[in-house]
Design a protein around this ligand. Structure first.
Ligand code: ADP
Length: 497
């Protein structure tokens, strides 16, 4: 099938990206090979910047999922990966990272085309994916156990062993980095893997499957089953999986956890957020404005950590919001592959309509809605960056995760009220404090209910930094050494001396 590409895409694509798109391997990747999916369920790959269907693929069926899990099971049980010397696993994962880095330009273009995000953001995503792979490659040779001070008659150790078959269900906003948060520690620790990418963004994951084969990852160690909710549901209920790592909406996370209860499969869940950015009058306001903007306009607000609630000292509210709108007007809304674009479209018409309807609801609740730029003269699922002031606790726009370029602003009088507003959310993923007062920063950071608190910055991710939520934002931590605990199980061995 010839890819249907908008002129802006056709002009921007490298020959390598273009030729890959002519015949993308979007079949399930099972036991080291792409195999035709056994279902009739066709899914469109849509360019969110133009609305055009680029290509299509067939969703993996429950039978395909069973085959993928069985391939991963066999690959785990026969030790072709877990029994390798750790330095060999490290070497192969490093090779995988090198291959991804070598193809970064192509993968960046695929990710920008598939997600709609600007190229500069997609480039950072691929860099992050490479960095996460390299970081966990190093862990392959560093997972250690301990000798336990049991009664002297015994020699007792606690060693970390791989869990077995690990599954991942990933979302469409950061397809490759979020896959790496799960796959890289799983493989480093000796597990085998089955991943289901979001049906809305399958391209980079398919590309990555090819690289696994090229890097010499043994057949069956990494398996991919592209598809939508039905494929995900099949994955969560197929026996033979030892752990599921899910990133997505809170509602789907609940369904994943319910399904996992039947097979007693371990789960970690990284879910939604409604993260507050607390700006105090004593902050470096210039830096705070840029930080708040980065926190909400990045990926057009389709970020689980989006700093979507600006909670600001009433005394600086008006000036801050005016300057924030000024700077937001400088953003260029457009197709992700157009070089001037700094803010892309939303992932789908459904998502655009949901955001629009939340804004309509906010208007009926008497909030004040200010859009910062006109929509581009193009098809595609665009929403103008929007600041909603006059928001009060209980407003729909204050409670619901929007997943779009919409910033809700709440004013506070005093630190206690700021914290009350911040913590009133059902979610607890991320947060930030902007202030130059060191004591205040510590006081507030300690009381914020969130997996991450950024101080005088926002959205800092690094392979070393554990990431995850509290409350309705889920549980379990990805990245850093914390993930190693989730992808290994302790074994206690007691020897009678
Ligand atoms: P979003 O609203 O961000 O698309 P979802 O939670 O619906 O979030 O999707 C996240 C991932 O979960 C996607 O890969 C999607 O296909 C998958 N998914 C959707 N429904 C289910 C389900 N019932 N069981 C397992 N995975 C699912």
């Amino acid at each position: 099938m010839t890819a249907h590409l908008a002129p802006v895409v056709r002009d921007a694509l490298l020959p390598t990206t273009h030729s890959w798109l002519e015949k993308p391997p979007l079949e399930p990747f099972i036991d080291g090979a792409f195999r035709a999916a056994r279902s009739e369920d066709r899914i469109a790959v849509v360019d969110p910047g133009s609305g055009l269907t680029v290509t299509e693929f067939t969703a993996a069926s429950a039978q395909d999922v069973e085959d993928a899990v069985s391939a991963a099971r066999t690959a785990f049980d026969d030790g072709r990966w877990s029994e390798l010397d750790p330095e060999i696993r490290e070497e192969k994962l490093r090779r995988l990272a090198d291959l991804l880095e070598a193809d970064a330009d192509t993968v960046t273009q695929l990710e920008a085309l598939d997600t709609g995000k600007p190229l500069a953001e997609a480039r950072l995503d691929i860099r992050e994916a490479v960095a996460v792979l390299r970081y966990y490659a190093g862990w392959a040779t560093k997972v250690e156990g301990s000798v336990i001070p049991a009664p002297r008659r015994f020699y007792a150790t606690a060693t970390r062993e791989p869990i077995g078959v690990c599954a991942a269900i990933t979302p469409w906003n950061y397809p490759l980095p979020i896959l790496m948060y799960k796959l890289a520690p799983a493989l480093a620790c000796g597990n085998t893997f089955v991943a289901k990418p979001s049906e809305q963004t399958v391209l980079s994951t398919a590309y990555f499957a090819q690289l696994c084969a090229a890097a010499g990852i043994p057949d069956g160690v990494v398996n991919i089953v592209p598809g939508a909710g039905a494929t995900g549901a099949a994955l969560t209920s197929t026996p033979g999986i030892d752990k599921i790592a899910f990133t997505g909406s809170t509602r789907t996370g609940q369904a994943v956890m319910r399904a996992a209860a039947d097979t007693l499969t371990k789960v970690t869940l990284e879910l939604g957020g409604k993260s507050p950015q607390l700006v105090f009058a004593d902050a470096d306001l210039d830096a705070a404005i840029d930080g708040v903007m980065g926190g909400i306009w990045t990926n057009a607000g389709q970020v689980c950590i989006a700093g979507s609630r600006l909670i600001i000292d009433r005394r600086i509210h008006d000036d801050f919001v005016a300057e924030l709108l000024n700077r937001t007007r400088q953003l260029t809304l457009g197709h992700g592959l157009a070089s001037a674009t700094t803010l892309g479209p939303l992932i789908s018409s459904t998502q655009r309509d949901r955001v629009t309807s939340l804004l309509e609801q906010a208007a009926t609740e008497n909030a004040d809605i200010q859009t910062a730029s006109a929509l581009p003269d193009a098809d595609g699922f665009f929403v103008s960056p929007t600041v909603v002031t006059g928001v009060r606790p209980g407003h729909t726009i204050e409670r619901e995760e929007v997943f779009g370029p919409v910033l809700s602003v709440l004013a506070f009088d005093g630190e206690d009220e700021a914290l009350r507003l911040a913590n009133s959310s059902a979610y607890g993923l991320a947060s930030s404090v902007w202030s130059k007062d060191a004591s205040r920063v510590h006081r507030v950071a300690r009381r914020l209910q969130a997996g991450t608190v950024w101080v005088n910055t926002y959205g800092v991710f690094h392979p070393t930094l554990p990431f995850g939520g509290v409350k309705a934002s889920g549980f379990g931590r990805e990245l850093g050494s914390a993930a190693v605990d989730h992808y290994t199980e302790l074994k206690t061995t007691v020897i009678d001396l």
